[in-house]
Design a protein around this ligand. Structure first.
Ligand SMILES: Cc1ncc(COP(=O)(O)O)c(C=O)c1O
Length: 464
């Protein structure tokens, strides 16, 4: 099983958007994959049921596509051994094929890069139901230019209820500003801080370079805070920093939870210096060993900007995020966003509002929590005795500490299998002065359900 999946790959990378109809598109893509050798002869294809689930199409469509390719001779189907690429489907390489350059952003066969949820888990049917309802009920003004830069009040109200209930946030719909994901929120806040003549923002010593660059792009300096098993060392916050960007629920990427003492130190710093805390609650819903700890914002809603996103709980492609803004900052944030809401689709906002109100969001998060929790448990069990897993049982990624001197060979072994992995060092702030740590940040949320087992197998064979 593992062997056939290994050649099949974690993902077929089929582009079904060619406009020829789903079945014809699938037949073309599979035929081309067999013809080019991307699917080697003998490779076992997934069952029509799981493949259909991954692609979000009807099982019959896959079954018919398989049948057509069996008839053409590209596939074989035998009782007990499933559907495979026919032995005679040897790739015919055009002369000079070896010199053909691969596309720059080729997707890997196995993908454990952190940052993406299981996109196959997007709740298409429930989202469609919410979208239909939202569209039916939408007032005419939803189709016009949005008069309120904060975004649709229906979504702000739905979020206020949800955030208070699920994340312990003090969330008045009046102080919620909708935005196109966390990146958009930070871009707006960076501009506001700079306009307030803030020069420096403290960030976690391990953090996303993209987020740091948004701050430096606005003319702000970033000062790295050391990070340990209790999260960012907030007692080290300096009076020179005008704000701090933190991931309190689940430090990205080390996986620590900010301890109560460190939370208190952050709030004390904000109160004594007048600084602002920017709380990135990117995966706060996903905690597996206990109920999620409430948001830091609950401790001092006047000093904390709470930042949430649908990118982990639903899908990054939605580009939907939200801020709960302290009263003293609201006008500046709204002004930074523009006179009207240029950035988000009103229909998507109304759909998400309906999705939350109907309980579908809670149901979806519960289902995904179970899925990710199982994967994390399997990962921890599979690597036990070989590498150490650090960080709390939460989120969509885990840190694997490697034995000293083995990281380079692990990466080589991964590359050999076309397994995409990220190292912890990739997230180090250049001025953090952190001791080198050989570790991987494994995004176990990334593969689709059918790809998960073979991807885990690929990881295991790369580990020391
Ligand atoms: C630490 C962290 N914060 C926030 C986000 C969400 O970003 P956005 O909402 O812009 O997709 C991510 C996504 O990968 C993340 O890793």
């Amino acid at each position: 099983m593992t062997e056939s999946w290994a050649t099949f790959g974690a993902d077929l990378h089929l582009d079904l958007s060619a406009g020829r109809g789903l079945r014809a598109g699938l037949v073309d893509a599979l035929r081309e994959a067999a013809r080019s050798g991307r699917l080697a002869p003998g490779t076992r294809l997934p069952s029509s049921r799981s493949f259909a689930a991954d692609l979000g199409i009807a099982r019959n469509t896959v079954a018919e596509a398989y049948a057509e390719l069996v008839a053409e001779g590209w596939l074989t189907a035998r009782q007990g051994s499933g559907t495979r690429v026919a032995e005679r489907a040897r790739p015919r390489r055009p002369a000079g094929a070896a010199r053909v350059r691969r596309p720059e952003r080729r997707r890997p066969s196995y993908n454990l890069l952190p940052g993406t949820p299981d996109l196959g888990g997007f709740p298409r049917a429930a989202w469609l139901t919410a979208a239909r309802r939202a569209l039916t009920d939408a007032p005419n003004d939803a189709f016009g230019y949005a008069a309120d830069a904060r975004g649709r009040v229906e979504l702000r109200e739905a979020l206020a209820g949800y955030l208070a209930r699920a994340r312990g946030v003090y969330a008045d719909p009046e102080r919620i500003v909708l935005c196109a994901g966390f990146v958009h929120a930070v871009t707006l806040l960076a501009g506001v801080l700079r306009a307030r003549r803030v020069r420096e923002v403290a960030v976690e010593g391990y953090s996303l370079d993209l987020h740091r660059e948004l701050l430096t792009g606005a003319g702000l300096r970033t000062r790295p805070l050391p990070v340990d098993a209790s999260g960012a060392r907030t007692p080290d916050l300096s009076a020179e920093s005008g704000a701090v960007l933190l991931t309190p629920a689940h430090q990205f990427p080390t996986g620590a939870a900010l301890t109560p003492a460190r939370r208190a130190a952050a709030v004390d710093w904000a109160r004594t210096t007048g600084g602002l805390i920017l709380e990135d609650d990117y995966d706060g819903e996903f905690r597996y060993d206990r109920q999620s700890v409430g948001a830091l914002q609950g401790l001092d809603p006047d000093r904390v900007v709470y930042l949430g996103t649908a990118s982990k709980s639903l899908a990054p492609g939605l580009r939907m995020g939200w801020m709960v803004v302290p009263p003293g900052l609201l006008d500046e944030v709204v002004a930074a966003k523009g006179r009207i809401d240029w950035t988000s689709s009103a229909l998507d906002q109304l759909t998400l509002a309906e999705f939350i109100r109907s309980g579908a969001y809670d149901r979806h998060v519960r289902g995904m929590r179970l899925r990710y929790r199982r994967r994390r448990d399997e990962l921890v069990a599979a690597v036990s005795g070989r590498v150490a897993v650090s960080g709390i049982a939460a989120g969509l990624h885990a840190v694997l500490d490697l034995p000293a001197g083995t990281q380079a060979s692990v990466l080589r072994a991964a590359a050999w299998q076309d397994l995409a992995l990220e190292t912890l060092s990739r997230y180090t702030h250049p001025e953090a002065g952190l001791p080198p740590r050989e570790a991987l940040v494994v995004g176990y949320g990334t593969p689709s359900t059918s790809a998960w087992s073979p991807t885990l197998a690929a990881l295991l064979s790369a580990l020391p």
